[in-house]
Design a protein around this ligand. Structure first.
Ligand code: GTP
Length: 563
């Protein structure tokens, strides 16, 4: 396929608006998969293995090679979504006819818009009784100012209108503009770890040609690799031996771990360096969680599986952590909250990175509350403390505005603007500290709006904040793993809540247990668990009372899990 007969495109949509269903329909139409279920299972298998990855589904249609570059729709992966959009020249903006524009529709639209892509709006689910395509057309015009004169109205489920999509893609989306005669410039936009072949990269060949046996270099790490296998995704790996300008496909090139494959990195032939593509940022974790095994004997087994999981996901950061009370564990960093969910471990009490700016101009990033200096250590040295802030976009029916405004207010949110999208739907923008949304914000938003509000966020950098470190003391000893960083306004409530919860989960001991929360040595709240009577204890603990403080680890774990 010459470059002018290639189209690289994606589908962007809010969750559940039908992206996967439409992708499957298009693959069926081009005969890449048949409509019977055995093939569906192949795709499902690919999906299960790579829950959050970007997939490329190449399909031949008439004289064209169409690469559908599918991106995960969630905000945590905005950077990855935007990188994968770099490999596209256009995108289908899919909107559910009954739900209309939702928060991720807006976020994804702007990512695509900022990359200068051709955007084709399509309205899906017109078969639903609740479908209101005219209303959605109005929303698209007023919110995105897109031309809707020949908009496609489809049902990805029943197939109505789907046949018009690929001809529109070919007509409206320009072919990639690369030049096969220029030096190689290859753009890496995703990777995963395959147990059999190692790291598999997805790349777009921007210029030049890449073949098996070529020696290439990463512009970021300047590490050298040899191409072992190369080809297209059809939809599974199909070896072609080379890829040339305009094509996207997979490249396997002697990388040992997924962490070597940096999304957004540029590769070139070793003796022929080129300018890397702009916009590269190494992955940065924004949500951190401490993980400790309940049974310390499980450490090695868990260590193995956690290491394996991080091998497969270049954007997870991993550090060993030791806590006096909980033993050995890990501190794992994620791009965001969904990313953490996907990791499928029981990780609770996530923290976000805080920043300390010193008077001498230096700064320090704190990812673990135990690293946070005590007030005394900061005396005369501190310039300011900062915390990460996000810009939240919330779309909701106006009748829920009051209760969502309350919610955002209680999370230290500041309203920046609100606009009506049509008579009854509102877009609100808030700046909210990231720490306030990492736990249950999304659930709260859903429950307060009967599921109708949708939410998306983007990074707004750091902002000055009056944050403090709260310590939890058991019998006057600080429990490092329970230390937490929070805003001063929350200290009284959280302090009381924590002592109370801990007093409920820690079983009675032979001795009195005093639980305290403190800030810089000052006690905020206190609970006391009275000692149990001796005869009862003998039965429960077999009389082993030699250690001064021996609280069952399980209690801490329960506490951590309950938040
Ligand atoms: P995520 O993968 O979670 O991001 O969702 P998605 O956007 O890929 O949506 P998916 O294709 O999984 O569809 C979500 C639900 O909508 C599924 O239950 C589909 O069967 C249904 N659906 C998709 N298209 C249509 C349609 O045209 N009409 C109707 N009635 N239902 C549809």
């Amino acid at each position: 396929f010459p470059a002018e007969n290639i189209r690289n495109f994606s589908i962007i949509a809010h969750v559940d608006h039908g992206k996967s269903t439409l992708a499957d329909r298009l693959l069926e139409l081009t005969g890449t998969i048949s409509s019977n279920h055995s093939h569906q299972q192949v795709l499902d298998k690919l999906n299960v293995e790579r829950e959050r990855g970007i997939t490329v589904k190449a399909q031949a249609y008439k004289d064209y090679l169409l690469n559908l570059i599918d991106t995960p729709g969630h905000v945590d992966f905005n950077y990855e979504v935007s990188r994968s959009l770099v490999a596209c020249q256009g995108t289908i903006l899919l909107v559910d006819a009954s739900q209309g524009i939702q928060a991720q529709t807006v976020a994804n639209f702007f990512l695509a818009f900022n990359e200068g892509l051709t955007i084709i709006p399509v309205i899906n689910k017109i078969d639903l009784p609740a479908a209101e395509p005219d209303r959605v057309i109005n929303q698209i015009e007023s919110t995105f100012e897109l031309d809707t004169s020949d908009i496609s109205l489809i049902s990805a489920k029943s197939g109505i209108g789907v046949d018009k999509i690929l001809p529109t893609v070919i007509e409206k989306i320009p072919p990639p503009s690369g030049n096969v005669n220029k030096p190689l410039k290859a753009f890496l936009f995703d990777s995963w770890y395959d147990t059999y072949v190692g790291v598999v990269c997805l790349m777009e060949i921007v210029d030049g040609k890449l073949q098996k046996g070529d020696k290439i270099m990463s512009a970021y790490s300047e590490k050298m690799y040899e191409v072992i296998d190369i080809g297209i995704m059809h939809p599974e790996q199909f070896t072609t031996g080379y890829l040339h300008a305009g094509q996207v496909g997979y490249v396997i090139c002697s990388m040992k771990v997924a962490a070597e494959a940096h999304v957004g990195d540029t590769f070139y032939h070793i003796k022929n360096p080129v300018d890397p593509l702009p916009g590269f940022e190494p992955a940065k974790s924004m949500v951190f969680a401490g993980v400790f095994p309940i049974d310390t004997n499980e450490f090695n087994r868990l260590d193995e599986s956690i290491t394996k999981l991080t091998l497969n996901d270049a954007s997870v950061s991993l550090q060993r952590e030791t806590s006096m009370a909980l033993g050995q564990g890990w501190r794992i960093g994620f791009l965001g909250t969904l990313h953490m969910d996907v990791f499928k471990q029981r990780l609770e009490e996530p923290t976000v990175p805080y920043r300390i700016i010193y008077r001498d101009g230096t700064s320090k990033l704190i990812r673990n509350p135990t690293e946070f200096p005590e007030p005394m250590e900061l005396q005369n040295k501190l310039s300011e403390l900062q915390e990460p802030i996000i810009l939240a976009t919330i779309i909701l029916p106006e009748e829920y505005m009051g209760s969502i405004i309350d919610l955002c207010g209680s999370r230290r949110g500041e309203q920046l603007e609100y606009t009506y999208m049509d008579e009854s739907r509102v877009i609100m923008k808030y700046s909210i500290p990231l720490a306030e949304i990492v736990t249950d914000f999304h659930d709260e938003l859903k429950s307060r709006s009967s599921g109708y509000a949708s939410f998306d966020y983007e990074d707004m950098g750091y902002q000055t904040s009056d944050i403090v470190k709260m310590n939890v003391l058991i019998n006057k000893r600080p429990i490092d793993a329970l230390a937490t960083i929070l805003h001063r306004s929350q200290v009284a409530n959280v302090g009381r809540e924590w002592t109370k919860k801990l007093s409920e989960v820690i079983p009675k001991q032979l001795y009195e247990v005093i639980i305290q929360t403190t800030i810089g040595g000052k006690v905020i709240a206190r609970e006391t668990i009275p000692a149990m009577r001796k005869n009862v204890t003998a039965k429960c603990y077999g009389g082993d009372v030699t250690r001064n403080i021996e609280l069952p680890q399980k209690a801490f774990y329960d506490f951590l899990s309950k938040g």
